[in-house]
Ligand binder design. Sequence first.
Ligand code: DOR
Ligand code: ZN
Length: 422
Amino acid sequence: MLLIKNGYMIDPKSGLEGNYDILTDKDKIIKIGKGLEKPGGECRVIDGSGLLAAPGLVDVHVHFREPGFTHKEDIASGAAAAARGGFTSVVMMANTRPCIDNGETLQYVLEKGRETGIHVYACANVTRGMKGKIMTALTELKGCGAAGFTDDGVPLMDEQIVRWAMERTAALDVPISFHEENPKLIVNNGINRGRASEYFGVGGSPREAEITLVERDLQLAVETGATVNIQHISARESVELVRRAKLKSPNIHAEATPHHFTLTEDAVIRYGTLAKMNPPLREEEDRLAIIRGLADGTIDIIATDHAPHSVAEKAKPLTEAPSGIIGLETALPLAITGLVDRGYMNLRSLLRLMSTNPAAMYHLNAGYLAEGGPADIVLIDTAAEVIPGEYASKASNTPFTGWRLKGRVVKTIAGGRVVYEG
Ligand code: DOR
Ligand code: ZN
């Protein structure tokens, strides 16, 4: 058992907020109250004074690279990075090798996930081999435990496949998540067409590559009623498209990453491959539109797109290096520093974006603090300085190393067990 005394608790789901003690037994919260006494038997008492007690964070967009690319990350190291970042539930993307287009690989990944201290879920692919041509056995994959479906990393170009996939996932009541970048419009991935592409003298990736697919898929989402997640939004026009589509369907969701609400294309000029990601960082107006979207609920999820790559891979020239940055261990401090401290939202709204909403979209039993609910809790010192530099991830590909941020994870508790102590 664990008894967390005197933490400042925020449950974004019920709105309950204040100084409360939290008692857990096995993997459940059994009591929330004031002045709780230590029960008989084995019980660790944790002093939560001065700390925020929040639901364990939920990241519905991580790349753990196992099977196939374990020199970048594996499920154990990815889970360790998650725990260190305050995350107790994650949803793996399916662009492993082999990719998660079959039940065997899905079961392997979920089994590995169960060996970690946190809750590891996985999406399965929408199409076989992520080739965009033939749909996977969605029903069977859901039966094997797929939390949702995505070909993230590779955009789906066949509109008919997208429509069928939305119809099928709607019937199965699972979300389908979309990476929106039309490769036909892109010369170089990961570099915005504009100031960054001009600086490097390359073709880059124009905003239209994202906007056109977002427009197509929101239209299909409205027509099919599917639970659709527009992943890692980068352009202000996409935010506005989501805003309008949400008026027509309650089942539309959208993600933003910490890098897209923190950085602009100038970061690529400054940090090179460490700021190369798909979709790319764009302009200040885009960054601000994403923040407005997060603040008004248009974008209802913060997801990291944790994308580990090795030092050697990121040492390649800009146009050849792989896209993506790690995110699990910097997400919370970036959000506290960039969104809460700057006055765009309060902590309760932030926690909703980082736990309650993503958990609800993927139907995970997570993202709230309540008696009978999961003992997934993060204790945070919101005022403490954090300077990223050491990572539990195998990878270190992030431009945020050395930044002065605020918001330190003090303890992460998953399934009633302390899985990280800072
Ligand atoms: O930058 C990215 N990297 N974006 C993605 O969608 C995929 C990811 C990866 O797998 O490395
Ligand atoms: Zn991704």
